[in-house]
Design a binder for this molecule. Structure first.
Ligand SMILES: Cc1cc2nc3c(=O)[nH]c(=O)nc-3n(C[C@H](O)[C@H](O)[C@H](O)COP(=O)(O)OP(=O)(O)OC[C@H]3O[C@@H](n4cnc5c(N)ncnc54)[C@H](O)[C@@H]3O)c2cc1C
Length: 464
């Protein structure tokens, strides 16, 4: 890869002090994937402070034939943000909220703005930005858009794609694409921002986005309900949706996922006395004045009476609501045990989630001795994070990583599902993408990549 001292000198001169680093200690946290599974290398960390500087970095690299890996908060779970020798382009200094327009229900944020900061800016304007996920204290707008992130409110507000009104991006040839308009209706040809959403940095560098805001909720209730099997969770989902306004999250957690989190994350508490085989976290948020808590209690009482659920608890305060959410958000940490494991981010039609969990559980136990099967996630939109863990002491080299992953992906696809619901493809799922993606779709993706980035300099190892 032609990264010469001359290129590094040019980049350094353009970016100035504070705009770059070659110090291994500064680079180190940018080169390590969150779970420690991928260790990258890069000779140079570019940290441009504005769009013009991003464009110049891209142009200088293009002239030298040097590749770039864009990076936001480095919370991606498929490794697309970790360079393997490329120039690392961090957006973290481009973190301003450029404008807020409450009357248009929109705000414009730079790519390096952290999601939690964007959420807070919306609250200050008496609005909300409804994207919400466990990594929101670190994940950045550019990364969230590039992975088309999902999270816990997709069933009500959609994925990141549905929350982006406009984009500004630097294309692989260094030109700035100004599609930052916050219009809801704009039928003037190809909707180019859609190309960059979910492109994982392979078609350009996102520098800013116009985001869609929603009304601020006035009432907020979080509940936990226990069920003996996922099919009952499905019945609960439809009953609740039909009877109470404002369901915004429906998160399923199996016993194993909760048990691991309780044993490994300090300060968590079992939410339901019965410790049922499956627990569902339900969140309701409304802007109106109907008696939300009463309505939630009534539907849960009804479900208890008919035997759909076996236990329930409704939050009595914001502190208790946060405690319920903390358990859910601690589940990924729970199985970072160092045990050999396969972790999936599959989706199936919501109706097929019980079938996937039952068959996946049986498969995991058949292929791994003394397997621990972890299933949790966004059941309200059919997205289950499914893991099979060997016992902690079991040797890693005996773990059937690839056959098990393939068998579980085959299962999801046979049920009409996808091998990647929300984390993307990155470098970790490229082989599986080739196995399952429609050949015509793959061909169109390659054509688009070749048209916009003929030298393959933008995140060349990710996605396609
Ligand atoms: C605890 C935890 C919980 C999570 N929960 C969820 C969840 O519920 N839902 C979900 O969808 N994800 C979840 N994730 C995954 C992750 O947070 C998301 O994928 C997030 O969108 C990544 O944002 P980031 O800023 O960290 O991007 P990074 O990890 O830095 O980058 C991700 C990808 O985007 C590219 N990229 C980054 N910035 C830009 C840019 N400005 N322009 C072009 N390309 C760019 C990178 O090259 C890479 O390919 C979770 C992760 C963790 C650690």
């Amino acid at each position: 890869m032609p990264i010469t001292p001359d290129l590094l000198d040019r980049l350094a001169a353009r970016l100035g002090p504070g705009g770059f680093s070659t110090d291994p200690d500064v680079l180190a946290p940018h080169l390590r994937e969150w779970r420690g599974r991928i260790q990258g290398v890069s000779p140079f960390l570019a940290m441009p402070g504005d769009t013009a500087a991003v464009a110049d970095v891209v142009r200088l690299c293009r002239e030298a034939g040097a590749a770039i890996t864009p990076q936001g908060g480095n919370t991606g779970l498929v490794g697309g943000q970790i360079p393997d020798g490329e120039i690392l382009l961090s957006l973290k200094r481009m973190n301003r909220i450029r404008s807020v327009d409450p009357a248009n229900d929109s705000l414009v944020a730079e790519a390096g703005a952290v999601l939690a900061v964007v959420q807070e800016a919306a609250i200050q304007a008496d609005r909300r930005f409804p994207l919400s996920l466990g990594s929101q204290g670190s994940a950045m707008i550019g990364g969230l858009i590039s992975t088309n992130a999902g999270g816990v409110h997709v069933m009500r507000f959609g994925m990141m794609r549905e929350l982006v009104l406009g984009l500004e991006a630097v294309l692989p040839d260094g030109r700035v694409l100004d599609a930052l308009s916050p219009l809801r209706k704009n039928n003037t040809g190809y909707d180019l921002k859609q190309l960059l959403i979910g492109a994982e940095g392979t078609l350009g560098v996102i520098t800013a986005a116009a985001l869609k805001l929603a009304p601020a909720p006035r009432q907020h209730v979080v509940a936990m309900a226990g069920v003996t099997e996922p099919g009952h969770a499905l019945t609960l989902l439809h009953a609740v949706r039909g009877q109470v306004e404002g369901l915004s999250a429906f998160e399923l957690m199996n016993r194993q996922s909760i048990a691991l989190a309780l044993s490994r994350v300090p300060g968590l508490r079992e939410p339901l006395a019965l410790a049922p085989p499956f627990t569902v976290l339900l969140e309701f948020e409304t802007t109106g004045s109907e008696p939300l808590e009463d309505n939630v209690e009534a539907v849960l009482a009804d479900m208890l009476e008919t035997g759909v659920i076996v236990d329930a608890a409704v939050s009595r305060s914001q502190t208790q609501a946060r405690e319920f959410w903390r358990l859910r958000e601690s589940l990924p940490e729970g199985h970072r045990t160092g045990a050999a494991q396969v972790n999936l981010d599959i989706s199936v039609p919501v109706s097929q989630t019980p079938a996937f969990i039952a068959a996946g559980d049986a498969l995991g136990r058949r292929m791994v001795a003394d397997a621990r099967v972890v299933a949790f996630g966004h059941m309200g939109d059919g997205n289950i994070h499914f893991s099979v863990l060997a016992p902690d002491a079991a040797p890693h080299d005996a773990f059937p990583y690839h056959p098990l992953q393939e068998a579980l992906h085959d299962l999801a696809v046979s049920l009409g599902g996808s091998i990647s619901a929300e984390h993307g493809i990155g470098v970790a799922r490229k082989d599986e993408l080739l196995r399952f993606k429609d050949p015509v779709a793959l061909d169109v993706m390659r054509t688009l990549k070749a048209a916009l980035d003929p030298q393959r300099l933008m995140n060349p190892r990710a996605l396609i």
